[in-house]
Ligand binder design. Structure first.
Ligand code: GLN
Length: 479
């Protein structure tokens, strides 16, 4: 009997090893000539996704031109600003270009390229707001973006002007908070705010740019120095050959690259963003399937460990459930994606990190109800089976499990649906699933209400299909 438990345990260890090996195998520890670069995909005109689902903007075009000039390749990762900062610091990404201001504090942990743009922070309010200067902010709320120099600036003057700070991960969420009237104002980089206003964001700028400073391309301090040197050389070339001027003019010139002319009806938006939505949808479904698979394997193993007659395994099962059910999914995702790699110096691709997160979190819930389901089967059943001479394993398989599984099925269905919904949280680590896709589309067209409605409907359709499928399976099993 002991051998069976041992093999169960070995199975679990192998599963964990497999997932980690997969992560190690996909990304070699040393960067090749293709560099993984983080951005802030919701920061037009520096970086955003265009109608054709391509990352564009001053930063992106400049980086691509430099890469071409210097003979390296880049893989642009769709993260938030703060997400990129963390991913570069943990070694998950090789560098970042995100309209990032070169500041003293940042220079402690980043190496910056030569400056490539100068910008400052402005304050924006709704067009007929009575708040027109910093003095009017007393007692009001000010929206800022996590980890940005705008947020630092707000903190530095908060006491003096007596306002409250509300933090958002995306520029557009920050604008919306002001538009809806929750916050009285927001602080944003001047060229970005001006671009947003020109694109139709219902805000106006009321202050002159302050804290003016340069933007730079950044790598983790002491790392990827070759990449940094190439960037500097390429930047000098681009300035010399006129490419730099062409790119900045393209986005900041009178015409700009505008998206205001397109069809803004629901149908129009779906048509324009069809391929992005489809891509996000596929990623969500794929992530859900892979996660459900691993979570079920993990959950069933841990659940069974909780009911075998062995104190050690019982304790292990309880501990795993306690830890992974107790941790918020978001914390677990960040811990696996940015916490572990900064210790091990081993990259974990976002998809793998996301799958491991869901495997542990959803798996812990599955383990809990697997354990509960088995325990719910009358104890007399086990005693009767054993007294008929069945060994524990056989009694479990033949007598207890068939009854237990029936009890568990509704919980399984519930957990699958929750897994699908929870994939949206993984947008935080830059997985391009439906939610992240939505954020990126909105950064371009600022149609928050319509795009979130479309995304919500897609989730509901998938959840309905999943529920139907589960009910169908449930009926079959019941027969
Ligand atoms: N320039 C600001 C900073 O570096 C904002 C950058 C951003 O929001 N992408 O903090």
């Amino acid at each position: 009997m002991k051998r069976k438990f041992a093999s169960l345990f070995a199975g679990f260890v192998m599963l964990a090893a497999m997932v980690f090996a997969l992560s190690a195998g996909i990304t070699p520890a040393k960067a090749e000539t293709t560099y993984q670069i983080g951005t802030d995909v919701t920061f037009p005109p520096f970086e955003f996704a265009n109608k054709h689902d391509k990352y564009v903007g001053i930063d992106i075009e400049l980086l691509k031109a430099i890469a071409k000039d210097q003979g390296f390749k880049v893989n642009i990762k769709p993260t938030s600003f703060n997400g990129a900062v963390q991913a570069v610091q943990s070694g998950q990404l090789d560098g970042m270009i995100a309209g990032m201001s070169i500041t003293k504090e940042r220079e402690a942990t980043f190496d910056f390229s030569k400056p490539y743009f100068t910008s400052g922070v402005v304050m924006a309010v709704t067009p007929n707001s009575k708040t027109t200067s910093l003095k009017d902010l007393r007692g009001k709320k000010v929206a800022v973006k996590t980890g940005t120099s705008g947020a630092d600036y707000a903190k530095s003057i908060q006491k003096k002007y007596g306002f409250h700070i509300v933090t958002f991960d995306e520029s557009n969420d920050m604008y919306q908070d002001v538009i809806t009237g929750n916050s009285a104002a927001c602080f944003e980089d001047s060229p970005v705010m001006r671009y947003a206003v020109r694109q139709g964001t219902k805000l106006k700028i009321v202050t002159k740019p302050v804290e003016n400073g340069p933007y730079g391309f950044a790598v983790k301090k002491g790392h990827n120095q070759k990449l940094l040197r190439m960037f500097n050389k390429g930047l000098a070339d681009m300035k010399a050959n006129g490419e730099y001027a062409r790119i900045t003019r393209k986005y900041l010139g009178a015409k700009g690259s505008s998206d205001t002319s397109s069809d803004r009806t629901f149908w129009g938006l779906i048509k324009q963003n069809r391929s992005a939505l489809l891509g996000g949808f596929e990623e969500t479904v794929w992530l859900t399937i892979v996660a459900i698979f691993f979570a079920t394997v993990f959950g069933v193993i841990v659940g069974l460990l909780g009911v075998v007659p062995n104190k050690f395994f019982n304790g292990l099962s309880t501990t795993l459930i306690y830890i992974f059910r107790g941790l918020p999914l978001l914390v677990l995702a960040l811990f696996i994606y940015t916490g572990i790699p900064s210790l091990t110096n081993q990259k974990i691709p976002a998809f793998v990190a996301g799958t491991i997160t869901l495997m542990f979190n959803e798996g812990a819930y599955i383990a809990a109800f697997v354990k509960g389901g088995i325990n719910a089967v009358n104890i007399g059943q086990m005693e009767a089976a054993r007294s008929l001479g069945l060994p524990f394993g056989k009694a479990m398989r033949r007598v207890i499990l068939p009854q237990g599984i029936r009890i568990m099925i509704p919980s399984f269905i519930n957990q699958f649906i929750i897994t699908l919904k929870d994939t949206s949280i993984l947008s935080i680590i830059g997985i391009l699933e439906l939610t992240q896709t939505g954020k990126i589309i909105i950064a371009r067209n600022l149609e928050g209400f319509k795009v979130w409605t479309i995304i919500a409907v897609i989730y509901l359709v998938v959840i309905t299909l999943l529920t139907w499928l589960s009910n169908w399976v449930q009926r079959r099993v019941r027969l």
